[in-house]
Structures are given as C-alpha cells and as structure tokens.
Design a protein around this ligand. Sequence first.
Ligand code: TRP
Length: 333
Amino acid sequence: MKQTILTGDRPTGPLHLGHYVGSLKHRVELQHSHSQTILIADLQGLTDNGHNPEKVSSNILNVLADYLAVGIDPNVTTICLQSALPALSELTMYYSNLVTVSRLERNPTVKTEIASKAFGSSIPVGFLNYPVSQAADITAFKATLVPVGDDQLPMIEQTNEIVRKLNSVADKQVLVECKPLLSETSRLPGVDGKAKMSKSLGNAIALGSSEKEITQAVRKMYTDPDHLRIEDPGKIEGNMVFTYLDAFHKDTDMVQQLKAHYQEGGLGDSKLKKIVEETLQELLRPIRQRRTEYLEDKAELINILKQGTLKSRTETDLVVNEVKSAFGLNFFS
Ligand code: TRP
C-alpha cells in the first residue's frame, strides 16, 4: 500500500524558487511512489488576510498554474481547494474543543508569526486557531506523511496531540498519527542573503519571473562584500552565487572548480553571476512558458481544481462522520 501524503500552501502569492527547492521538486518525485494530495489552503491564507481577501482569491489559480508548470500531474496528484471542502471546517469546529487557547499560544510557529506580524492584542481567532484547522486538513485525508519545512514541525506535533485526544474520546483508533517528511535540501535563502526567500521581503524569484526580472535579481545577488578586486581571494560561505549554483547547477564538479578558483583569487563576481543567470534562465524558461499556457485557459484550471476537490470531498466527508460518531453526534447518516 502506498503511504498517504497531504501537503499544501497558502495561496497568498505566486510561488518562487524557495518553494521549488523546499517542496515542489520533492512533490514531483513523491507523486509516483505515494498517494499524494495537495491542498490549496485558501482558508488558512484568510486567517491573516480577512480584510484583504483578494490577496488570497487572486492567487489560487496562480498557485495551481505553478504546480502544473513544475510537473505536478493532476492525474496522479489530487489537487484540491480548502474552502470547497466543508469537512475541513467541520472538523476544525470539533477539534477546537480538544485544544486550549494557551496551548495554541505556546505553538512555536504561531508564536513567531504573531510576533512578526505585529497583531498587537488584535489576533484574529482564526489565526490563533489555524493549527487546529491544519490538523483538520491532515487528518481528513488520514495522511501518514506530511512533507514540510522545519518551521512546520510544531503543526505536526499539535496534529498528533489532537489525534490522540480524539482517539481517547472515541475509545478506539478513529484517526491516524502522521509523521513529517523533511526535504533533504535545506531552505533557499533570498537573493539578498537573508535566511528565507519570501515575496514580502522582496528577495524572491517567482517561478513565473520574466527573463528581465531574473537578470535583475541575479545582478542584485549578495556575494562576498570584501571581494573587491578580481585577483583577491573570495569567500564561499554566505555567498549567494555559490548557494544558488549548489542548488541549481547540474554539474557539481564544475561548481567545485569554480569554488576553488574563487577562493584562490582570479575569478570575478560578474563571470559567476553570468553562470548563475544562465542556469536560472534555463530552469525557468520552460516553467514560465507552461505557466503562461495554463493561465490562458482559466476554465481548464478551474476544472482541474474542481475534479480534485470533488474526489477529496467524498474522502473527507467519511472522516467527518467518524469524528461525529466519536462525539456521539452522528444521527442522520
Ligand atoms: N501551513 C502551511 C504553510 O504555511 C500550509 C498548509 C495548510 C499545510 N494546510 C496544510 C501544509 C496541511 C501541510 C499540511 O506552508
């Protein structure tokens, strides 16, 4: 039996190279060996965009086009929309009774995000509760594996706590615990060298970037600030040119040679940036083209999402019934 994977993204912007390295590439490989569902988590996107819903609604098809353009195959991977699956909202409501406010406030991911978003004392209820909603996402598919970045580990832990509580209320095993599946490649820093590539930090290269945007991003790329003359020895650590070559250049021997040459001195940044640029242009050219083609046929995109969502609806409704039964509330089915 193939293991069941559930993963997802908030559609609050088009996806970028950070997503590609951290999760998309991995999902393209996993889709053949696992039974994989990807959730476009629009409701989770709303938890800090309640007053700006267009940021979410306008990006749903962008994210879907990004998935398809990198090679996620909707005939193999089920792609579905969170807001169109009532079971996920229902489960969130039931699970909310098994979780305390203080436990949510202690969730490290939520804690960090609350600090960075400067909500002050105006934290939306939905935001505080989003780990519960994420537990609903994962358990509704009875997922055993959740491919995530390390920032999401507290979500898995919180999900498994809910699973154990629900099973104990039911006095039988209704839900299954899940395990995180960390991707081998670590997080891709932004072009400015900051720890995380993110659209809001302005250091991202979107998968749909134009040729010119790629050129400009590479030009801005953070290298070794002390490497002033070509003949000077340069530093590799924290130098984005090498971070990106390691992440994207196919010829690892050549990258090793470039590193050695740079450390010795005699290799200029502009020559290296030219290589990085060519590598990224080559990677993103076909992705950009497929993405544009998909976005030209919105009706077909909506149809793909609808088919995946309908399939998921059947699956997730069954789990709601089991959870209702656990609370003794399943009178009509
Ligand atoms: N919280 C995830 C993120 O911000 C998105 C997400 C929503 C998710 N539901 C999920 C990830 C279920 C894995 C499983 O990236």
